[in-house]
Design a protein around this ligand. Structure first.
Ligand code: BES
Ligand code: ZN
Length: 463
């Protein structure tokens, strides 16, 4: 197996790009090689924003929240597309957990202390009755003797996990936390391991209790009955392998997430990314390659990158070693995103805020294809994170700042710009092509690329 070097890729593939002379000089491409450098158009000219728009129209007909029928329908739609294109296609199921609350109440001196208390230790079902003690914001210094007591905590300053830890350390047997803003009590969640009954109540309800506690000891009861419900979410993975005689043994992945937030159509977040994945898969199905290309749509991204983390954890070590870059497209069609920014606000975010092979290739493709300078910045919040954590050069392609309809029911097809879809699909598709085309040699797995075009770091807030 021979290895591609980035400079070799860029020297052949990008010889006409601005700033490429340095590379051209060192590798001396022959006239024959230069003649082949119609390369940009190989992918670009085949991309159809109409196809992508059509995919988003289909996918955004109903919400695709993880674990729902909407997700399953989307998964089948995507998998069928891959299969009909001839891909080796795998649907990877994984479990996700919801909590069903059967009942929950908080009583103080025998009357309900909250209209709608919300449990925030999701694995606890228990009834406790004990004296109530106010501990402010649950700073260790504020907490007196709470052994065997239920504590009343104000939201703020510390994380929920820290607050609970502080009171559990001192022997508290239950916790009531009240909001520090109005209205409502929709806050607070802690994971496994902090196993006392704990509920969130509103600011008004909390302040009433503080008042009551001023001159006497009162007794409180928390009663929670809830159950964990397992559901199934899915990743869809489609692979295209090169002919054996061409195989560099390396793998490039192109990802998006197919789930939406509950109740949202998720046209831009992230049916747009899925549409580009499917469109590039359509084109790559007919393109000769020397590197395996994997097209993936993840489930449960909106629950905390659950699908991509599951996928990353399921990869055999030797496969991880062969993975040379991950391109993540999330929210790539928002017409109202990135207002006042050049090129529709397209930016490449990496986890560590550093350039890498992905950003170098994409910045160069953008310069060459469209005379655009795409900046890079630092951000997680999408499925490039687990790939980065495995040491794979990765970036998120997104228009930033995000549009006003982000995570709202108004994230619908009418807000999608075909021009933006086309732009990102071209740039990502062409970047991937520089790695996979037959006339570039293999990449060193570990090498972070030298810059070819100049592109700036930008500390751009996303929302
Ligand atoms: N598409 C967004 C990611 C995003 C949103 C990036 C806004 C940049 C700006 C993604 O689907 C999302 O909403 N992610 C969550 C985090 C995730 C770990 C649950 C978020 O950003 O709140
Ligand atoms: Zn998203």
């Amino acid at each position: 197996m021979y290895r591609k070097t980035l400079s070799a890729i860029l020297a052949i593939g990008m010889v006409l790009a601005p700033g490429a002379a340095v590379y051209a000089e060192s590798s001396n491409p022959s006239p024959h090689e230069i003649a082949k450098i119609e390369f940009d158009n190989v992918i670009k000219k085949q991309i159809s924003a109409d196809n992508m728009y059509q995919t988003i129209t289909e996918l955004s007909k109903e919400p695709r929240a993880a674990g729902t029928d909407g997700e399953l329908k989307a998964v089948q739609y995507i998998a069928n597309k891959f299969i009909s294109l001839g891909y080796d296609t795998r649907i990877q199921p994984f479990p996700i957990y919801d909590t069903k609350v059967n009942h929950v109440y908080v009583k103080v001196e025998d009357s309900d202390a909250s209209e709608k208390p919300r449990p925030f230790t999701d694995s606890v079902s228990k009834k406790v009755t004990a004296p109530l003690a106010y501990v402010g914001k649950a700073n260790p210094k504020e907490i007196g003797n709470v052994q065997g007591k239920i504590v009343l905590i104000e939201r703020g300053d510390l994380t929920y996990v820290e607050k609970l830890k502080n009171v559990i350390d001192k022997g508290a047997v239950g916790a009531i936390m009240f909001n520090n803003t109005s209205p409502g009590n929709n806050f607070g969640q802690v994971g496994e391991g902090q196993n006392i009954p704990a509920v969130a109540i509103s600011k008004e309800e909390g302040l009433k209790l503080v008042e009551k506690l001023q001159n006497k000891v009162i007794e409180a009861t928390i009663d929670i009955n809830q159950e964990k419900i397992e559901k199934t979410s899915y990743n869809v993975i489609a692979s295209l392998k090169p002919k054996q005689e061409n195989d560099t043994n390396q793998i490039v992945t192109i990802g998006s997430h197919h789930d939406s937030v509950p109740g949202g159509a998720g046209a831009n977040d992230d049916a747009s990314g899925v549409s580009a994945v499917l469109e590039l898969a359509r084109i790559y199905a007919k393109t000769p390659i020397d590197t395996e290309v994997r097209f993936i749509t993840f489930g449960s991204e909106e629950r905390g990158l659950v699908g991509s983390s599951y996928y990353a954890a399921s990869l055999p070590k030797d496969e991880v070693k062969r993975m040379v870059s991950h391109f993540q497209m999330d929210m790539i069609g928002g017409r109202e995103a990135g207002p006042d920014k050049p090129f529709g606000g397209l930016i490449m975010y990496t986890i560590d805020g550093k350039k890498n092979l992905v950003t170098d290739l994409a910045a160069t493709s953008a310069a060459k294809l469209r005379s655009e300078v795409i900046p890079y910045g630092q951000l997680g919040r999408s499925d490039h994170q687990p790939f980065h954590d495995l040491g794979i050069p990765s970036a998120l392609f997104i228009h930033s700042p995000v549009e006003p309809s982000y995570h709202k029911p108004t994230d619908t097809i009418d807000k999608i710009s075909k021009d933006k879809l086309q732009q990102v699909a071209e740039i990502v598709g062409t970047s991937v092509y520089q790695i996979t085309r037959l006339d570039t040699p293999a990449l060193p797995n570990t090498k972070v690329a030298e810059d070819l075009v100049e592109y700036p770091f930008e500390n751009r807030p996303v929302d």
